[in-house]
Design a protein around this ligand. Structure first.
Ligand code: GLC
Length: 747
C-alpha cells in the first residue's frame, strides 16, 4: 500500500480544516435560512432589540416570552441569566437564545490597568493575555458578549474616555485592538470561554470638539480613512472581531448610527464585515436630540436602512418597525439581513447548543495566575518621567519611608473607570504592598494628608509634613479618583484637583527626597509638580494588583519600561498637541521670541512668523513614546539595506541598541516613517513599528525591522490609498521626537 507521506497528510489535514469551516459556515447559513423562514416579523424585530436588565421585572420577562428581546445587557448573576434564558428558549415561540452582554473594558473580577495604561506597556502579548483572562472570568458567568476594545483615537485628554482608549496613535491602537480582540474571542467563538468582542466606538468619538463628551466631530473622509478607521478594519479583518458599536458623535452632521456611508458602504461593502452592528446606549433615539430625526419612528427608519442591526435599550425598533414596513419605508429584506447577522453571531457562539451557564464549576476569578498577569502588565505600564540623581530604585539602606497622599491606600479608585464587577476588597494598594514588602526592616509611616483627590481640607498637612521630615524618602501618591475620568467626565483643566499640589509643595519644604507616583486616567498638566519632585512615576489606574507592581518597580525588583501612548501637554491650552499632525506651512524654528522676550511697546510685527504659543513655547511636557528606565540606552548605526524601493518591496532597516547604564533595562525601540511630500499634506511622522528589547548593562544588540513599503501609503488627492513615489525618512529611537534618521526613495 502506497505510504501517504507526511506532506500529503498535512495537505489533507489543511483541506479538511478548510472544508470543515466552510461546511460549518454553510451549515450556519442554511440553519439561518430555515429559522428565518419560520419566524414572524415581530419575532425578527425582537432579535434586533437589546434591553437592560439591571433590575429585571415582569415586563421584561413578558417581553422575552413574547420573543421581543434578542439580547440583554447588565445582568451578571448566572442564576438570573439562566432564568431569563429559560424563558427565551423554553417559553417563547421561536425559542431563540438570548445573548448576554456587559462592559468588560479592562477586566471582569481581576481588574487590569486601564487600557491607556495597558497601551503604555507596548506589549500586545500581555494585553491579549489580560483579555483572555477577562473573557474566562466573564464567560463563566454566562456573559458571552462584551463592548471592548474601545479603539477611539484619543488626541484630547480633556475627554474623560481617553482612559478607555489606547491613546493618540493609530498603529499602536491597531496593535492593541487586535490583541484585545484575540484575547476576548480566543481561537474559536463557540468555545464556552470565548466572548464576542466589540470594536467601538464607530467612528471618531475621540475627536469630539473641545474634548467634551457627546459633542460633535468634524472628521473629513481622508482623516477618517487615515487615522480613525484603520484600527477597526484591522480588528475586523485580522482578529475577526465579531461586532461593532456605533458612536454618539454626529460627524459632519451625520450620526454614525444612521450613516449608510459608514455602516454599509465601508463596513459591509468595502470591508466585507458579516458580524453585528449594535448602537450605543440609546444612540438611536438620541438622533431626535441631534435634530437628525423628527421622532423615534424616523430614527428607527434611518438607522435600520443605514445598516444598524441591533438597537441598545431605546426600543425604537420594537415599537415602530412593523409600522415602517407596513408603510413601505423599510423593506422586510432589510430586517432579514440584520436578523441574519444576529443569528449568525449566536450560532457562532454556540448558544443554540449550549444556552445555559453551568453553575457547578469552580470559578476562576481572582486565581493567582490571573492576579500575577494583572501585576505583570501593570509593571510594564508604568512610565518613569523623572529620576533625578538616580533616586530610584530605592536604596537598600533606607530605614524609614513616609507614605503620603490620597491614592496610597485607595482600593476603589486604584481600579479606574469602567469597573462594574471588580471588588475593591480584592485590591492590593501601594500602602499594603509596601508593608508586605519591607516587613519590619523599614518603618512605613502613613499619613494620607488628604482623604481623596478632590479634598481641599489642608488640616492634616502638618501630620504628613512631620512624617516626611522623619523619613529617608517620601512616596507621594496623587492624581485622580477613578470617577474623574471615563464617560461624561470631561475636564476643562488638567491641573491636579483639590489641594494635592499644595500638599506636594509642603512636602518639598522638608528636604526629604520626594518620589511622586501618579494614578490618573489621562495626562495631567503637572510641570510644576514634576519640577519639585526628585522622581516621578506615572502609574495610570493600575488595577487590582497595582500596589505590588508599584512596589516591585520602586524597590528595584523590576524596573519601569512603559512609554507614553499619548502626548502630555504643558498646559491645557496647547491641546490638540498630538505628535503625528499634518505638516504645516510655517513650523516653529524653536528659536522664536516667547512672551517675556518681547520688549515693551514692541512695534507691530508677526514676531517669529511661525506656529507656536507665546506663553507655552514649542513643545509638549512629554512627547508620545517617551519613558525613562533605570538605565540608559544608545542608538547607533542606523542602516537601510536598500534605499531605492518599489511599493511592493519591503523596507529592511537595522539599528544597534546599547545599554550604556549600570542596570538591566527594557527599551521600546520605535520606528517612525515620514513621507516628505505627497499629493496631499502628509503627517510629519507616524509610528509604523516597535520592538521591546531587554539588555543587560553594557550589552548591545542589532535590531532589525522589515516593513512592507505598502504600509507607508496615504489617501491621496483622489481619495485612493497609494504609496506615492518620492523621498521618505525613517527615524528609530526611544520616543517620537528623538532618534537616528535615514532616507530612502520609493519609485
Ligand atoms: C455607554 C458607552 C458604551 C457602553 C454602552 C453600554 O454609554 O458609551 O461604551 O459599551 O453604553 O454600557
Amino acid at each position: 500500500m502506497k505510504r501517504i507521506g507526511l506532506k500529503n497528510m498535512g495537505i489533507g489535514l489543511i483541506m479538511w480544516l478548510i472544508y470543515g469551516s466552510l461546511y460549518a459556515q454553510h451549515d450556519i447559513e442554511t440553519r439561518i435560512d430555515k429559522l428565518l423562514s419560520e419566524m414572524s416579523l415581530r419575532q425578527k424585530i425582537g432579535q434586533m432589540n437589546q434591553l437592560n436588565a439591571c433590575k429585571p421585572d415582569e415586563k421584561l420577562y413578558q417581553q422575552i416570552r413574547n420573543g421581543e428581546v434578542g439580547s440583554i445587557l447588565n445582568a451578571e448573576d448566572p442564576v438570573l441569566l439562566n432564568e431569563l434564558q429559560k424563558i427565551a428558549v423554553e417559553e417563547s415561540a421561536a425559542g431563540i437564545p438570548l445573548l448576554f452582554a456587559r462592559d468588560v473594558i479592562h477586566g471582569f473580577k481581576t481588574i487590569f490597568p486601564i487600557p491607556l495604561g495597558q497601551a503604555a506597556s507596548f506589549n500586545p502579548g500581555l494585553v491579549e493575555e489580560g483579555a483572555r483572562i477577562a473573557a474566562i472570568e466573564t464567560a463563566e458567568n454566562g456573559i458571552r458578549w462584551t463592548f471592548a476594545p474601545m479603539m477611539d483615537i484619543s488626541r484630547d485628554p480633556r475627554w474623560g474616555r481617553i482612559a478607555e482608549s489606547f491613546g493618540e496613535d493609530t498603529y499602536l491602537t491597531e496593535v492593541m485592538g487586535i490583541a484585545m480582540v484575540k484575547g476576548l474571542q480566543g481561537n474559536d467563538l463557540s468555545d464556552p470561554s470565548s466572548v464576542a468582542a466589540c470594536a467601538k466606538h464607530f467612528i471618531g468619538y475621540g475627536a469630539v470638539e473641545g474634548g467634551r463628551d457627546y459633542n460633535v466631530s468634524y472628521i473629513p473622509e481622508r482623516q477618517l480613512r487615515s487615522v480613525y478607521l484603520p484600527p477597526f478594519e484591522k480588528a475586523l479583518k485580522e482578529a475577526g472581531c465579531a461586532t461593532v458599536m456605533t458612536s454618539f458623535n454626529a460627524n459632519d452632521g451625520i450620526p454614525p448610527s444612521a450613516s449608510k456611508f459608514l455602516l454599509t458602504d465601508i463596513l459591509r461593502e468595502e470591508w466585507g464585515f458579516d458580524g453585528v452592528v449594535v448602537s450605543d446606549w440609546a444612540s438611536v433615539s438620541m438622533m431626535v436630540q441631534h435634530g437628525f430625526c423628527e421622532n423615534k419612528k424616523d430614527a428607527a427608519q434611518k438607522a435600520v436602512n443605514a445598516g444598524l442591526d441591533m438597537e441598545m435599550v431605546s426600543e425604537c425598533y420594537i415599537n415602530h418597525m412593523e409600522q415602517l414596513i407596513a408603510e413601505g419605508k423599510v423593506k422586510e429584506e432589510t430586517i432579514d439581513r440584520a436578523v441574519r447577522n444576529i443569528l449568525r453571531l449566536k450560532m457562532r457562539l454556540g448558544l443554540f447548543e449550549q444556552p445555559y451557564t453551568p453553575l457547578d464549576k469552580k470559578k476562576k476569578a481572582y486565581s493567582e495566575s490571573h492576579l500575577q498577569a494583572a501585576k505583570k502588565v501593570a509593571e510594564e505600564s508604568f512610565v518613569l518621567l523623572k529620576n533625578q540623581d538616580d533616586l530610584l530604585p530605592l536604596g537598600k539602606n533606607i530605614k524609614k519611608i513616609a507614605v503620603i497622599g490620597p491614592l496610597a491606600d485607595a482600593p476603589h479608585d486604584q481600579l479606574g473607570t469602567w469597573v462594574f464587577d471588580g471588588e475593591k476588597e480584592m485590591t492590593r494598594t501601594p500602602l499594603c504592598a509596601l508593608k508586605e514588602h519591607y516587613g519590619n526592616q523599614v518603618d512605613i509611616i502613613y499619613e494620607a494628608g488628604l482623604s481623596f483627590s478632590r479634598d481641599t481640607d489642608t488640616g492634616n498637612f502638618s501630620k504628613a509634613v512631620k512624617a516626611a521630615k522623619e523619613a529617608d524618602v517620601t512616596l507621594l501618591f496623587i492624581g485622580e479618583e477613578s470617577i474623574l475620568s471615563g464617560e461624561a467626565h470631561s475636564l476643562a483643566s488638567l491641573n491636579l484637583v483639590g489641594a494635592q499640589s499644595e500638599l506636594l509643595e509642603k512636602l518639598t519644604e522638608t528636604g526629604t527626597p520626594l518620589v511622586t507616583i501618579l494614578m490618573a486616567g489621562r495626562p495631567l498638566t503637572i510641570e510644576k509638580e514634576i519640577n519639585l519632585s526628585h522622581a516621578v512615576l506615572y502609574a495610570w489606574h493600575p488595577g487590582t494588583m497595582g500596589g505590588p507592581a508599584i512596589v516591585d518597580v520602586l524597590s528595584g525588583n523590576s524596573f519601569p519600561q512603559g512609554k507614553l501612548p499619548v502626548t502630555f501637554p504643558r498646559v491645557t491650552g496647547q491641546i490638540p498637541i498630538y505628535y503625528n499632525h499634518e505638516k504645516i506651512g510655517r513650523p516653529a524654528k524653536k528659536t522664536e521670541m516667547l512672551l517675556n522676550d518681547i520688549p515693551p511697546e514692541a512695534k507691530q510685527s508677526s514676531l517669529g512668523n511661525t506656529s507656536y504659543y507665546l506663553d507655552a513655547g514649542f513643545d509638549p511636557l512629554y512627547p508620545f513614546g517617551y519613558g525613562l528606565s533605570y538605565t540608559t540606552f544608545e542608538y547607533s548605526n542606523l542602516k537601510i539595506t536598500r534605499n531605492k524601493l518599489s511599493p511592493s518591496d519591503t523596507l529592511e532597516v537595522n539599528i544597534t541598541l546599547k545599554n550604556t547604564g549600570k542596570r538591566e533595562g527594557c527599551e521600546t525601540v520605535q520606528l517612525y516613517i515620514s513621507d516628505l511630500y505627497a499629493s496631499v499634506s502628509p503627517v510629519v511622522k507616524q509610528l509604523k513599528a516597535f520592538r521591546k528589547v531587554w539588555l543587560n548593562p553594557g550589552e548591545s544588540r542589532q535590531v532589525t525591522f522589515e516593513i512592507p513599503v505598502r504600509d507607508f501609503g496615504l489617501w491621496d488627492i483622489n481619495m485612493q490609498y497609494t504609496v506615492e513615489p518620492g523621498a521618505f525618512e525613517v527615524m528609530i529611537g526611544g520616543n517620537s521626537q528623538q532618534g537616528e534618521t535615514a532616507r530612502f526613495n520609493v519609485n
